[in-house]
Write a protein that binds this ligand. Structure first.
Ligand code: GUN
Length: 283
């Protein structure tokens, strides 16, 4: 029987801390604000954004909604970012990914003022992570780190394997694990004998975006398994990258989907926004 890592419970603990910080800022006349830029009508993105906005509202963080049709131009997108960059009520800017194909996500992200980059995707933020300097960290891997810490999972000297090399999750995840002294391997679609590499992991992080790909064959008995995947299952519900039914009996701890990493991503976004507001106010 694996320990079920409860993302909702850890997210609640993060939100409690954030609420205290919001109260402290309120006493100084500061209300944290997040601009949310959503382009197009992808239903999954719309759902994630709605949940992020709800979490902000519950924490006392204002949101400024910029929902635009899928066919806006790069110039129009840039203009929204410029406006948010200049607005002192906006402490964080979230451009929901993925953007429609005709838009240049790199250009959009680089245009955000680094101090408002609450997603941690800006080249300056990623550079700070590489250099081990404080700064906004990407919310999903940062949330995973927080979960591991909450449960006292030892990383120093541990073998960590990350499946997936995205800029949003895989690459920053690997760097964060490295920062905590894990020995890190990053796997991807070209990795030879993926199950054998994954079986070396004390901590296995699945961030591939393929439903139930990680089966018991990938997991060393007693490993900690973190499932970052959010996929549509055959019956319509959400399923992770991990085949929970086969992996849970082998692992020592595992995150469920839903109720694992997802709530942590949103909690860290709120935390990053409040931290950006505090920084902007010099508090
Ligand atoms: N798309 C999937 N995850 C994320 C995230 O953490 N931030 C943004 N902006 N887009 C995403």
């Amino acid at each position: 029987m694996a320990l079920i890592i409860d993302g909702n419970a850890v997210a609640a603990a993060v939100k409690d801390e954030v609420r205290d910080e919001v109260s402290r800022l309120a006493a100084a006349g500061v209300t944290p604000g997040l601009a949310v830029v959503l382009v197009g009508d992808d239903p999954a993105s719309a759902t994630y954004v709605a949940m992020k906005e709800r979490d902000c509202a519950q924490a006392g963080v204002l949101t400024f909604d910029h929902h635009r049709p899928a066919d806006i131009s790069q110039d129009e997108l840039n203009a929204i970012i410029d406006e948010c960059n200049a607005d002192p009520k906006v402490h964080g800017i979230l451009v929901q990914m993925p953007l429609p194909k005709h838009l240049d996500a790199e250009e959009a992200v680089a245009r955000i003022r680094p101090e408002k980059d609450v997603d941690g995707f800006h080249p300056a933020s990623l550079g700070r992570l590489v250099r081990g300097v404080d700064g906004p960290r990407a919310c999903t891997p940062w949330g995973v780190m927080r979960m591991l810490r909450h449960y006292g999972i030892e990383l120093t000297g541990a073998r960590a394997v990350v499946i997936g090399r995205s800029t949003i999750v895989g690459k920053p995840m690997a760097l964060m694990l490295l920062e905590e002294n894990a020995t890190v391997t990053v796997c991807h679609s070209r990795t030879r004998d993926l199950p054998a590499v994954c079986r070396e992991a004390d901590v296995l992080i699945a961030a591939v975006g393929r439903a139930k790909m990680v089966t018991a064959e990938y997991v060393k008995p007693g490993a900690v398994v973190i499932d970052v995947g959010i996929n549509r299952g055959e019956e319509g519900g959400l399923v992770g990258d991990v085949d929970y039914a086969s992996v849970e009996p082998v692992a020592s701890a595992i995150t469920p989907v839903p109720g694992g990493v997802g709530p942590m991503t949103r909690a860290m976004l709120v935390a990053n926004t409040v931290a950006a507001a505090a920084e902007a106010a010099g508090r």
